[in-house]
Design a protein around this ligand. Structure first.
Ligand code: C2E
Ligand code: CA
Ligand code: CA
Ligand code: CA
Length: 277
């Protein structure tokens, strides 16, 4: 047993070393990803369930790595946050997505834009003034933009966070809580923070077909949102049955593979053209 224990320890160390090396390489690559034009924003429509008309789009970041191919955000955003690179990257996402929205607007598509922001971007100088400038630059109004934050940010419950979010609210952009329901269920922050939209996590939507518990939970979230006057978006809608259940509960806005996957700007342009016919 002693022998195998030692081997295991050795193995573990080697793996950790490898992991650390991989991380360092990835970090170096990420530092150059922007200047080398490797980042892309993809867009996923947000749909009104009854009419099936598109209401908005969510901007979702991708990294087209020369050797590794397309890297999903979950695999590099944590690193971007730890290194602070998310400051620059986040500004680029906002710029790029606003420019794209302006283009779609000019083509006659009435859409809003939703952009994910990380809590670290507060210290990295993303503020209401900067957002306002980007909007003005593209002749957009604050009402055209929604910012999505995760529950984690609100749980810190600091004065800085509150002031940061109030800045956006005062400007007039919408604020959504992303992945709602997956964090701690301390709901007091819904009153304290100037949030106007909840995005129900796709984990719950996914289980809607089969799981009575998920059904009750989604029901509870929907009725809470209604009584607090919060808008709702259901994420990860993949089946007609899920869509129908949400409509039955008066949850109108939806997003998911049932309607459209996240697509590069050009492909989504084609999709929008088709939809508007
Ligand atoms: P999220 O904000 O919760 O985004 C929704 C994720 O669900 C996206 O994954 C999307 O592709 C996926 N999705 C949409 N519909 C369906 C569906 O019907 N079924 C399933 N199984 N999945 C669906 P993605 O694009 O890989 O993004 C992962 C996460 O990365 C995002 O989760 C968000 O937290 C983060 N992220 C993406 N872009 C940015 C960004 O620009 N900045 C920051 N800070 N985070 C970002
Ligand atoms: Ca999101
Ligand atoms: Ca989400
Ligand atoms: Ca998520």
């Amino acid at each position: 047993a002693k022998q195998s224990g030692r081997n295991q320890a050795h193995f573990f160390t080697a793996t950790m070393q490898e992991h650390a090396n991989q991380r360092m390489t990835l970090e170096q690559d990420l530092r150059h990803a922007l200047s080398r034009d490797q980042l892309e924003v993809h867009y996923q429509p947000i749909i009104a369930g009854h009419s099936r008309r598109v209401q908005g789009v969510e901007a979702l970041l991708r990294w087209r790595h020369p050797e590794r191919g397309l890297i999903p955000p979950d695999q590099f955003i944590p690193l971007a946050e730890e290194t602070g690179l998310i400051g620059e990257i986040g500004r680029w996402v906002l710029q790029t997505a606003c420019a794209q929205l302006a283009e779609w607007r000019n083509q006659g598509h009435a859409l809003y834009l939703s952009v994910n922001i990380s809590e670290r971007q507060r210290e990295l100088s993303l503020d209401a003034r900067q957002v306002e400038q980007v909007l003005q630059q593209h002749e957009l109004t604050p009402g055209d933009l929604m910012l999505e934050i995760t529950e984690g940010l609100l749980l810190q419950d600091s004065e800085e966070t509150l002031r940061w979010l109030q800045g956006f609210k005062t400007l007039g952009v919408s604020l959504a809580i992303d992945d709602f329901g997956t964090g701690y269920s301390s709901l007091s922050y819904l009153k304290r923070f100037p949030v106007d939209t909840l995005k129900i996590d796709r984990e719950f939507i996914n289980d809607l077909d089969s799981d009575r518990y998920a059904q009750s939970l989604v029901k509870a979230i929907i009725s809470m949102a209604a009584s607090l006057d919060l808008r709702l978006v259901a994420e990860g809608v993949e089946t007609e049955q899920q869509c129908q259940m949400l409509l039955d509960q008066q949850c109108e806005l939806m997003q998911g593979f049932l309607f459209c996957r996240p697509l590069p700007a050009e492909a989504l342009s084609d999709w929008l053209e088709q939809e508007s016919e």
